[in-house]
Design a protein around this ligand. Structure first.
Ligand code: DQA
Length: 149
């Protein structure tokens, strides 16, 4: 049996991990984060498609492409979490399990970060655990996919 494919999508400015506000996001890079996810995927027996974009439209197109291709989506929508009804609509439209993840604890930060449109389309949200949050998100989505297949 082929391993289920999980999309791991990262939104704007996450390409700057390691350089960007290290006191909030840490000193490790996006490549380091991908390595953490690849290791978790191997442990869980899933395949991942790990990507980052700074473009809202590209992120939405990638979500559309998941239809019929991926078994679930782990997404850190970054700033688009708080602004993008279009991304929320795309995630709802593809009808796949979605786990939203944030490196920082968005509820401990500015009030405009407390609301996420994407959460409306997500099964669950993990925030505040840094890179560990992605491992937890992959654990959760692998379990959901296994239970629902
Ligand atoms: C973030 C939190 C968002 O509020 C912010 O815009 C980001 C990163 C996080 O991972 O903590 O870019 O999604």
């Amino acid at each position: 049996m082929t391993a289920p494919l999980i999309a791991v999508f990262n939104g704007p400015n996450l390409n700057l991990l390691g350089l960007r506000e290290p006191e909030i996001y840490g000193i490790q890079t996006l490549d380091d984060l991908e390595a953490v996810c690849v290791e978790a995927a191997e442990r869980l027996g899933i395949a991942i498609d790990f990507r980052q974009t700074n473009s809202e439209g590209e992120l939405i197109s990638w979500v559309h492409e998941c239809r019929g291709r991926a078994a679930g989506i782990v997404i850190n929508p970054a700033g688009y979490s708080h602004t993008s009804i279009a991304l929320m609509d795309a995630l709802a439209a593809v009808d796949l399990p979605v786990v939203e993840v944030h490196l920082s604890n968005i509820h401990q930060r500015e009030t405009f970060r407390h609301h996420s449109y994407v959460s409306v389309a997500a099964r669950g949200v993990i925030c505040g655990f840094g890179f560990t949050g992605y491992r937890l998100a992959l654990d959760a989505i692998a379990e959901i996919v296994e239970q629902e297949s």
